[in-house]
Design a protein around this ligand. Structure first.
Ligand SMILES: Nc1ncnc2c1ncn2[C@@H]1O[C@H](COP(=O)(O)OP(=O)(O)OP(=O)(O)O)[C@@H](O)[C@H]1O
Length: 417
């Protein structure tokens, strides 16, 4: 059949989807030679009964129909009314991602053979549909915390519990729906943006997912991350300059986004980016969160605008101790309750980190030292306090009988701040 040589097919495979679909519309049978090696099973399953999808042109027609459906829905969305939303909810088959809630209790990581804690008594929860920022001074244990969430602590002993959706399952059981974006880029410099994402999609998505659906996933990620203008550009290497640093970071995140994770963990995805590039990336992540994705990332020195784009904050002090874990909106209120007020022109996240770094000394009027902040957090939440840490708060007494497990609790009077 004309126009179906393998060379042409390869080109089309890599090319722009819109162009391919336009060609398909003009000449629907021209893709019979397209090499689709996976996904036939589902295609057949989804096809009308008794009409198996035999040819690739039929498969492309299917993909085309899916896009047309999306376009129609977008058109419908333009004039949304309340009753319109209700009717859409009734008419449309809404496919939701599985959601993951991660609750951790008393998470403690100790170096093997040494009594050195990298993380101590960390308790909290990461919820689906929320974007959490992990912050703290350098060496506080932010990366260690992310690793612990994925069940990895090489060379260390990890104690405490991690519950996934309330169950004590090993986190490894969920690895297919957990994405991890490491600190260092893992993009292939000699491939284009689209090729990088395609490569990841082919490796990470289920082998039996129909190719048209994979196409849609990659297209959605390109669109969401604003990579459309550079989709055909080489990512670049040290020798050969490619896309910008911000775009490269977005591709790096996209490599994990194509697997459509339910929990997405990112280590410093905005480091080295200017404020607007960071905001662009965070906006894309917030859109993922709207779909129910649970997002947790380490972030360094965010601008106040960026900081306010997060839902929750996990603030760690050196030694992997929690100083605050909760809504970003309430962090200033919590610290002002301790007598720590952010000066007018200071950026709150910078101010808190400077306190934890010891650059800013706490005012004597607070009656607190930096080292006491983690204990104050434990007391504020009624968490058990390790005995050696309890001693950091002067004039307190541990409740009787609690010493055997190494934990103590303060009397109610001393709780009130
Ligand atoms: N496997 C290990 N063996 C020994 N020390 C370790 C190990 N992993 C982490 N550490 C130490 O634990 C502390 C926390 O490290 P981590 O990388 O989690 O900090 P961080 O807050 O992410 O720092 P940064 O912001 O500088 O990246 C550091 O002092 C680090 O040297």
């Amino acid at each position: 059949m004309p126009g179906s040589s393998s060379q042409q097919t390869k080109k089309k495979d890599k090319g722009n989807l819109t162009k391919m679909l336009q060609e398909l519309e003009d000449n629907p049978d021209s893709y019979d030679g397209f090499n689709i090696e996976i996904g036939d099973k589902n295609m057949k399953k989804n096809a009308p009964r008794g009409k198996a999808l035999h040819t690739q042109s039929q498969m492309f027609r299917y993909a085309y129909n899916q896009i047309e459906k999306e376009k129609a829905m977008q058109e419908q969305n333009k004039n949304l009314t309340f009753s319109g939303v209700i009717s859409m909810a009734n008419d449309t088959e809404i496919i939701k991602r599985l959601t993951i809630e991660v609750a951790f209790k008393d998470l403690t990581i100790t170096l093997k053979g040494k009594n050195i804690h990298l993380m101590r008594s960390v308790t909290g929860k990461l919820s689906p549909g929320r974007v959490s920022a992990v912050m703290g001074p350098s060496g506080a244990g932010k990366t260690t915390f992310l690793s612990a969430l994925t069940g990895k602590a090489p060379g260390c002993i990890m104690t405490g519990t991690i519950l996934i959706n309330g169950k004590d399952d090993p986190i490894q059981a969920y690895k297919k729906i957990i994405g991890f974006v490491p600190q260092d880029d893992i993009v292939h410099g000699n491939l284009t943006v689209e090729e990088n994402l395609w490569f990841s999609a082919r490796c990470r998505l289920a082998a039996d997912l129909p190719k048209p659906e994979k196409v849609l996933v990659v297209e959605r990620v390109i669109e969401s991350l604003g990579l459309q203008p550079v989709r055909d550009s080489l990512v670049g290497t040290v020798e050969q300059r490619g896309i910008s640093g911000g775009q490269r970071k977005r591709v790096n995140v996209g490599l994990e986004m194509v697997m459509e994770p339910s929990l997405l963990i990112l280590d410093e995805p905005t480091s080295g980016l200017d404020s607007s590039s960071s905001q662009l990336l965070l906006r894309a992540l917030r859109r993922e969160a709207l779909e129910g994705v649970n997002i947790c990332m380490v972030v360094h020195q965010p601008s106040y605008t960026l900081f306010r784009m997060f839902d929750d904050l996990i603030l760690l002090a050196k030694g992997g101790l929690t100083v605050y874990h909760g809504s970003v909106k309430k962090v200033e209120e919590y610290f002002s309750g301790l007598g720590i007020t952010v000066p007018e022109r200071a950026n709150p996240p910078d101010y808190f980190i400077d306190i934890l770094e010891g650059i800013i000394k706490l005012s004597p009027s607070t009656g607190l030292t930096t080292k006491q902040l983690p204990v104050r957090w434990m007391l504020h939440n009624g968490y058990p306090v390790p005995m050696d840490m309890l001693k950091l708060i002067e004039g307190t007494e541990a409740s009787s009988g609690s010493e055997s497990n190494g934990y103590g609790r303060l009397g109610h009077k001393l709780w009130i701040t």
